[in-house]
Design a protein around this ligand. Structure first.
Ligand code: FDP
Length: 340
């Protein structure tokens, strides 16, 4: 029997152990972040279980159907939002929450407040639920100095001020990807243990990729640099092979593939949507934070995405993120247009 191999498989790095290890590097830490994260992880497990049952909705009564007791069931995105809001408030570590599902920011009541602000999209890509395509939860975390005086300005900060960001993808497996500002790590849920296990340590995105990912149906409304970049992907003039197109239409899944395989994901501005489609606080910022931490880049067409200062909580921005060299090419095309 190979005891060494056996030991490898039994010495599991759970996400809790991982975060506690990280915490021990900061002796002054009181464990607030670890507690907050454990509540986020619980939310992810809950949503994962609900998403897994979504295909059975008609049979058992989920997601907008009526269940066997004749009760109207909640839609998955509404349910996911409730799960995360409750998990975050009950952690006692949050003061402001911004959710894609709620028009207004949630200011946590003083008795339950902590020093973290969490911005999140509880179920991103929800138009894909009914056909079983991967969807996910995206989150970003800010820390504020004075939790007593929680103000909206505390979340209207550039993405570079986030202390952590991540997403959980509900796909063929349930994968949680997290950065606390020192690299990116991926954990996969072991359903038999109910634990997220470190499966993708220290993720680094390839410097240059072979894939581009965009909704080409919007091509007629693109600006010059976006159109030129996609043309270059298909018909490279430098002798390099053409890039493959992959577009799921679910940001978490498209970004996850980009992070692991390299390449570029873009949701550019177009004539119909001059600010693009994706939301700054809980889509663009967390994904940009992860990309940079993995060695890639993220650009809005004007500036580094993480430098953007949002004026409204549901603001949108164009986004180009992925492998360092690919984003560099896009930046050069925008710079050339600016010059012209
Ligand atoms: P969805 O509308 O299904 O919720 O911002 C939401 C989002 O999905 C992203 O997950 C996805 O990347 C994008 O919209 C897809 O937009 P298009 O359908 O316009 O391509």
């Amino acid at each position: 029997m190979d005891h060494a191999a056996d030991a490898m498989h039994t010495d599991l790095m759970t996400i809790t152990r991982f975060v506690l290890n990280e915490q021990s590097k900061y002796p002054e830490s009181r464990g607030d972040f670890s507690i907050l994260l454990s509540h986020i992880v619980l939310g992810c497990k809950f949503v994962c279980a609900a998403v897994n049952k979504a295909g059975l909705a008609k049979l058992i009564g989920l997601a907008g159907e009526t269940n066997v007791q004749g009760e109207e069931q909640k839609k998955l995105d509404v349910l996911s939002n409730e799960v995360f809001v409750k998990a975050l408030v009950s952690s006692g570590r949050t003061c402001i929450l911004v959710s894609e599902e709620d028009e207004e920011a949630i200011i946590v009541e003083p008795s339950k407040r902590g020093k973290y602000c969490v911005v999140f999209d509880p179920l991103d890509g929800s138009s894909n639920i009914d056909c079983g395509v991967s969807i996910g939860t995206i989150f970003g975390i800010y820390m504020i100095k004075d939790a007593g005086a929680a103000r909206l300005e505390d979340v209207l900060q550039p993405g570079k001020n986030m202390v952590a960001a991540g997403y959980c993808m509900y796909g063929s497996s349930c994968t949680l990807v997290l950065s606390t500002g020192s690299g990116v790590n991926g954990f996969t849920l072991d359903p038999s243990l109910g634990e997220f296990i470190l499966t993708h340590p220290d993720i680094k995105i390839p410097k240059k990729g072979k894939i581009y990912s965009v909704n080409e149906g919007n091509a007629k409304n693109w600006d010059g640099p976006t159109a030129k970049f996609v043309e270059k992907c298909k018909f490279p003039k430098d002798g390099s092979p053409a890039k493959s197109l992959r577009y799921i239409g679910s940001m978490v899944a498209d970004v996850h593939r980009t992070l692991l395989y390299g390449g570029v994901f873009l949701y550019p501005a177009d004539k119909k949507s001059p600010n693009g489609k994706l939301r700054v606080l809980y889509e663009v910022f967390p994904m940009s934070f992860l990309m940079e931490q993995a060695g890639g880049q993220s650009f809005t067409g004007k500036e580094r995405a993480l430098d953007l200062v949002p004026k409204k909580i549901h603001e949108r921005s164009p986004i180009f993120l992925g492998s360092y060299d690919d984003v560099e090419e896009i930046k050069a095309l925008y710079a050339a247009e600016e010059k012209a």
